[in-house]
Ligand binder design. Structure first.
Ligand code: BGC
Length: 476
């Protein structure tokens, strides 16, 4: 029988055979996205002009936030943190840290010794009933977890310094006092707004009276991330969270922190960390030119409507739901799943943000993760075209989030005006999304001219809390 030659046979080995379609590199061919689907998603794609406008408006808001006279009109409040020292590697000792504000609540014991560092930690669930209950219940629960942890390690007789990472907006009047401005994300406990959170924690520990804790610092997770990364990398001057919520902090000149209370900081020290609370950006219509029907829906149905607009467009608490809303609209218009919508896809919160990362992790033209995710929400026997469309929606939503965060970081880099700034980043969205890092590196590079890099924080803000506590306890 004649041997039928396959294309490329008998050619010298170094000649590249062009295969039809995109079968090169074993990549599969992906079906094109129908025009109507692109149209539905159009408003979720930001132009460079829009991103530059976002940068301008954010810069304006940062300046207002820092200023004494214009702070009241500011949406991005730029709170003073009273953290003025970056770690220098000489920090030593055992420290406890609490980390409240993301999806999990963590208690940690951190041992610092020069460049060595050891960490023991335990994660405790915070049930939704506690997130929405009374402040007393919440702080009693935190104190209980802390006491259990300390007793487990047999440290109950030692007075341990503690750094409290509390990832909500605080007005601080020093390192160890912070009044809650408002709850964000999934929390809404009564009796805490306007109160000093450190006093609430101390009172809960005192009610138990079974462990000895010295709360030496309260800080935001962005501050913790910056400190933690700065311990490893001296250039780290911005801390960024892309997780359940989103926010950034940066190193500002002390003289520009106009609202810092004299006597509570050292004027001679050149720097002060500023917790921007950029999640609130957009609250006074500043982002209306990019807000879509999907964002409005998210906001209207959130537990803090009208608040944290930028955060709702970026962070993990909302990303999956944004995708779900777009998918639902496509099904309703008959453009997806043959127009049939399984009941799970109609339910709020049923499309998790982790699905977005999983779906976008499939190699081009393959839909293994996508089919698994869809099966989990009751959608089976889907076509490749459906999968490709779902993936397209995920990528549009996550790309927008990456671009918004990039516009934010580009604005901060311009404001700082320095080269070689490292941005320490933490949070599940950045950590688990397959393209977030690359998308941001590319976009920040396009939007501003300073050299920078993005560094993943290794251990969350735990080490950062210990470092702030270390400096504070040394001062005492
Ligand atoms: C909070 C910030 C926090 C961010 C990330 C936001 O909702 O207001 O304080 O840094 O979430 O956790």
């Amino acid at each position: 029988m004649d041997h039928i030659k396959s294309p490329g046979e008998n050619l010298p080995v170094n000649v590249i055979v062009r295969r039809p379609c995109c079968m090169k590199n074993k990549e599969m061919c992906a079906p094109p996205i129908p025009h109507e689907i692109r149209e539905t998603c159009k408003e979720l794609i930001l132009s460079e002009d829009q991103m530059r406008k976002i940068m301008e408006r954010l810069t304006d808001d940062i300046n207002k936030g820092l200023s004494k006279s214009r702070h009241d009109e500011a949406v991005v409040k730029c709170y003073t943190t009273y953290v003025q020292d970056l770690p220098n590697g000489t920090e030593k000792g055992n420290f406890l840290a609490l980390d409240l504000g993301g999806t999990n609540f963590r208690v940690l014991l951190i041992t610092l010794d020069g460049q060595n560092f050891d960490m023991k930690s335990k994660i405790y669930a915070i049930p939704q009933s506690l997130m929405l209950g009374t402040g007393t219940q919440l702080f009693d629960h935190i104190a209980q977890c802390l006491a259990l942890f300390v007793k487990d390690l047999n440290l109950q007789t030692e007075v341990l310094p503690l750094g409290f990472t509390f990832s909500f907006p605080l007005v601080q009047e020093g390192l160890t006092e912070g009044r809650l401005v408002r709850w964000t994300k999934g929390f809404n406990c009564s009796g805490v707004v306007d109160e000093d959170v450190v006093s609430l924690l101390e009172a809960a520990i005192a009610r138990r009276n079974d462990v000895k804790i010295d709360v030496c610092a309260i800080l935001n997770d962005t501050t913790g991330t910056l400190m933690s990364c700065a311990w490893k990398n001296k250039n780290c001057r911005i801390g960024l969270i892309l997780g359940t919520g989103s926010n950034a902090c940066y190193v500002e000149k002390t003289e520009n922190a106009e609202r810092a209370i004299p006597g509570k900081y050292v004027a001679e020290k050149p720097h002060m960390l500023i917790n921007m609370e950029w999640g609130a950006f957009g609250e006074r219509d500043t982002l209306d030119f990019v807000i879509t029907e999907f964002d409005k829906d998210i906001d209207d149905n959130s537990i803090h409507p009208g608040k944290q607009i930028f955060e709702k467009m970026i962070s993990g608490m909302y990303m999956g739901e944004l995708v779900r809303l777009v998918l639902e609209k496509l099904v309703n218009s008959g453009l997806l799943f043959g127009g049939k919508c399984p009941s799970e896809l109609r339910k709020r919160g049923k499309f998790f943000t982790k699905y977005v990362s999983e779906i976008e992790n499939d190699p081009k033209g393959k839909y293994t993760n996508c089919r698994e995710v869809l099966a989990e929400i009751g959608i089976r026997n889907v076509t490749d075209q459906d999968c490709e469309n779902v993936r397209y929606v995920c990528s549009v939503v996550s790309r927008r989030a990456a671009h918004l965060a990039s516009a934010g970081i580009a604005a901060v880099l311009n404001k700082m005006g320095e080269d070689n700034v490292t941005v320490g980043v933490d949070g599940s969205v950045y950590r688990f999304h397959p393209h977030f890092h690359d998308l941001m590196t590319e976009k920040i590079g396009q939007l501003q001219n300073h050299k920078f890099d993005l560094m993943l924080s290794e251990d969350g803000s735990g080490r950062g809390a210990a470092l702030v506590a270390a400096v504070a306890s040394q001062k005492r």
